[in-house]
Design a protein. Structure first.
Length: 147
């Protein structure tokens, strides 16, 4: 069993262009819950959340197509993120789809909670796994991939 950490858990917030408004509304509605976390977000999404909720602890990274998705992926791999909320738009073409898939793959590999719409994001925020504790990340078993 892991000892409780005094560090707040960290969440990443990402939204496709057509879903950025939804993410901002989600942040407004869940401002008090989100204030319990350190937040990182891709560039435009983070900027819009900060405009709407300047009291939240949001660190905007690069825009997704300019490397923001990879920055978040690196944070997952380093054990610095404990959850991912990604409002994906299934109806719009995604020119940087490979970046999105890589980010989602890392969330799966490192077994961090991932929400892809508002309904699952609400559940993720109520999750006992994230309630005030920064959990230790899971290091995947990779010996079977080594030659």
């Amino acid at each position: 069993m892991n000892a409780p950490s005094t560090e707040r858990a960290a969440l990443a917030l990402v939204a496709h262009d057509a879903k950025k408004g939804d993410m901002v509304e989600f942040a407004r509605r869940n401002r008090s819950k989100l204030s319990d976390y350190r937040l990182v977000a891709t560039g435009t999404t983070g900027g819009r959340i900060l405009e709407a909720c300047p009291d939240l602890d949001v660190t905007p990274l690069k825009s997704g197509p300019l490397g923001g998705d990879q920055q978040i992926g690196a944070m997952i791999a380093e054990g610095r993120l404990h959850g991912l909320i990604f409002f994906a738009d299934p109806l719009s073409p995604m020119p940087h789809d490979v970046d999105v898939k890589a980010l989602m793959r890392l969330a799966l590999v490192y077994d961090i909670p991932m929400a892809l719409n508002q309904a699952t994001a609400e559940i993720l925020l109520r999750s006992a796994r994230l309630q005030g504790l920064a959990t230790t990340s899971q290091t995947p078993e990779i010996t079977k991939f080594r030659q």
